[in-house]
Design a protein around this ligand. Structure first.
Ligand SMILES: NC(=O)c1ccc[n+]([C@@H]2O[C@H](COP(=O)([O-])OP(=O)(O)OC[C@H]3O[C@@H](n4cnc5c(N)ncnc54)[C@H](OP(=O)(O)O)[C@@H]3O)[C@@H](O)[C@H]2O)c1
Length: 300
């Protein structure tokens, strides 16, 4: 059951339909596998979402950008429009169902259809479970679970018409537990299971439901995650050599969408986690337990 939030969407849709249609017509026809497709990418005012949206545009799609910060979202939209991309935007908190309806309405008003949904918006954490305020746990879990469910629920009728594609952005930390990531790991694991369930339940619609488990990726310098008390704090440092660039990750996400894959696990570490978790789960736990203190920066 999905209750529409009693609150109005944070800000109404900001699409500029006529301008967006005109921009789309400027694209040379037949220049990419996504020509003629319309995509919504949640949490695309920054980070991996922005680069995924950019890659979709570069390959011919019209894209609706989304985020919660009007100024940052507008700046991203202007950058995309200046590059000649077909783009619209909608400020919407994806944990608010009514706002998600506005987000989908933006795509329909601006571009007339919806073919691709990428649920990328997410809040992460840097906090141990014992210290976490319950409200912070809920916030992280909601952003990952309802922030996936609500946009999909609003988009489903339109995706059914186009036999479209849905990609949930998850993490390699959904493949196994990870200290200091309780609500985040639980949320990311939940959406992986949700994708499987929907693939079975909605097989007759022809919609593609897939999950991408992303590994360590370069972050925007201003990226923040939540502390145990809900303060925005910088994300833990990870050696750059372990990280893919956002553009590399975006290219892999597009490959996943194009091939309508059920599951894509990025990075060698991700693939190793799948193997160990499946065949040698006790060894996996032993490695984590014996390295937690020494590699604190890695787990946090
Ligand atoms: N970076 C990594 O190493 C890594 C690893 C594994 C998985 N991932 C996954 O990849 C995805 C993107 O990560 P990222 O590193 O690009 O994160 P990011 O830089 O923090 O970007 C997340 C985006 O989501 C938006 N957002 C958050 N909550 C939202 C909400 N309720 N409604 C609408 N927008 C919301 C944020 O905007 P505002 O907060 O400004 O509104 C931001 O634009 C996430 O799903 C993440 O879990 C990332």
């Amino acid at each position: 059951m999905f209750d529409a939030s009693p609150q109005p969407p944070i800000v109404a849709a900001e699409a500029a339909p006529a301008a967006s249609r005109a921009a789309r017509q400027l694209l040379p026809p037949g220049t990419g596998p996504f020509v003629g497709k319309v995509a919504v990418v949640t949490g695309s005012e920054s980070g991996i979402g922005r680069e995924t949206a950019r890659a979709l545009c570069q390959q011919g799609a019209a894209v609706v950008l989304n985020g919660r910060q009007p100024e940052r979202l507008e700046q991203t939209r202007l950058d995309f429009a200046a590059a000649g991309f077909a783009v619209a935007s909608c400020v919407a908190d994806v944990t608010d169902y009514a706002a998600c309806e506005q987000l989908v309405a933006t795509a329909i008003q601006a571009f007339g259809q919806l073919d691709i949904l990428v649920t990328n918006a997410s809040i992460s954490q840097r906090a141990y479970f014992a210290d976490m305020q319950p409200e912070v746990f809920r916030q992280v879990l909601d952003s990952n679970v309802y922030g996936t469910v609500y946009p999909l629920k609003a988009a489903l009728p339109y995706l059914t018409r186009t036999r479209g594609s849905v990609t949930f952005i998850s993490s390699i930390s959904a493949l196994n537990g990870m200290p200091s990531g309780s609500a985040y790991c639980a949320g990311k694991a939940a959406v992986a299971n949700l994708a499987h369930t929907l693939r079975l339940e909605l097989a007759h619609t022809g919609i593609h439901f897939g999950v991408v488990h992303i590994g360590f990726t370069q972050n925007d310098p201003e990226k923040r995650v939540l502390s145990a008390t809900g303060e925005p704090v910088p994300i833990a440092h990870r050696p750059p050599r372990w990280q893919k660039s956002q553009a590399e990750v975006a290219a892999l996400i597009l490959g996943h969408i194009r091939r309508r894959r059920s599951r894509t696990v990025l990075s060698a570490l991700g693939k190793l986690i799948v193997l160990v978790h499946t065949y040698l789960p006790r060894l996996g736990d032993w490695i984590v337990l014996t390295t937690t203190r020494r590699l604190r920066h890695f787990y946090e």
